[in-house]
Design a protein around this ligand. Sequence first.
Ligand SMILES: [Zn+2]
Length: 122
Amino acid sequence: MGPDKSLAWILPPDLARLRVLEQWVLLLLEAIRARIAEAEADQRIAAAARPGAVEAPVVQWAIQYGIGRDRRAILVHTGDCRLTSGRTRPATLEQVRDALRQPGVDPCDICGAGRELGLTDP
Ligand SMILES: [Zn+2]
């Protein structure tokens, strides 16, 4: 079965407009997730700056998105990977774990994100 039919009334009936909305929502989701990751990074910086605070890593993760129309996540990086591009956004651990559950998303071999996540052997 498709998605919850109770929301169907807010959607246009035609495929063309549905595709546009789909694209818009994906962009919005990407922007929201990047903002969440930034806000969480700010929180960690503030926490680390407090006297007596335990050392906390700052930006640990990033997700790289493809150039296709649906801009799917394709690679997961550590925050300091040198392979990251303009299509890479900061991400939380939760977001990278979610991303890796999608088909076609892999941990980056260069920064060893999979190893950091405990997914591959050292
Ligand atoms: Zn990487």
